[in-house]
Design a protein around this ligand. Structure first.
Ligand code: AMP
Length: 228
């Protein structure tokens, strides 16, 4: 084989490797790490059921870690051959019961909620995280982003009062050092209330980043922060 042919073949091999890497990296662009206020999940017309483990502590809880694209679209249900298997996260279960409980009715052991999150979102990040790494990453992110502490430090408490949305945002920015996306739902009387807080995480699921795009803000300028 001539030197030139060998040179061409090596270049072709390098090019193929790089394209594969690029394709893998293009699975998605970043994650949304979403936490929700349980009082606002429960305080709606639909109401809620406490999990079998009992009433969760009054803190923001994990909703999910969602692969997303920079254009605000997202992939879902990417691999039906890799569905949630509780035995893969048994060592994380106590932490998941504490930080990622289901409030859906009827009361459950939360497995169905975790299965929904992995099957819909986690499978779209399986090139980066397996089931164990996915749930572990979310639990770790939660310990680094204490939303309730940031709000309470700024005098914003879950006491049923209303607070200005811009004050809530600044309190989270000051306390967590990240700019949040915030979404609201409505209580039984139709009042806008603080529901979910979005942070962005790089595609390795380990580092917070500035959000490339925020979810649509649907909150009023003043929002209720219900008790839980
Ligand atoms: P997702 O499909 O990941 O956007 O999540 C939306 C689904 O999760 C809906 O079916 C919600 O009812 C459900 N959900 C959201 N928060 C909770 C929660 N705290 N407990 C149980 N189910 C939830």
């Amino acid at each position: 084989m001539s030197f030139f042919t060998r040179f061409l073949l090596i270049n072709l091999a390098i090019f193929q490797c790089l394209s594969l890497l690029c394709l893998a990296a293009r699975d998605f662009d970043f994650f949304y790490f979403v936490q929700s206020w349980p009082g606002s999940y429960c305080d709606t017309r639909r109401s809620c059921c406490y999990p079998q483990a009992g009433k969760p502590s009054p803190d923001f809880k994990i909703h999910g870690l969602w692969p997303n694209y920079n254009d605000a679209t997202y992939p879902s249900n990417c691999d039906s051959s890799n569905l949630f298997d509780p035995s893969q996260v048994s060592d994380l279960e106590d932490s998941m019961q504490r930080d990622w409980p289901s409030l859906a009715c009827p009361s459950s052991d939360s497995t169905k909620f975790w299965a929904h999150e992995w099957n819909k979102h986690g499978t779209c990040a399986e090139s980066v995280v397996d089931q164990h790494a996915y749930f572990e990453a979310a639990l770790n992110l939660k310990t680094q982003a204490d939303i309730l502490k940031a709000l309470q430090t700024a005098g914003i408490n879950p006491d049923g009062s209303s607070y200005s949305l811009s004050k809530i945002k600044s309190a989270i920015e000051d306390g967590v050092k990240l700019s949040p996306g915030i979404t609201c739902n409505t209580d039984e009387s139709g009042n806008s209330q603080l529901y979910e807080v979005y942070f962005c995480v790089d595609s390795s699921a380990s580092n917070f980043i500035d959000c490339p795009v925020f979810p649509d803000g649907n909150c009023d300028s003043s929002v209720e922060f219900p008790e839980f």
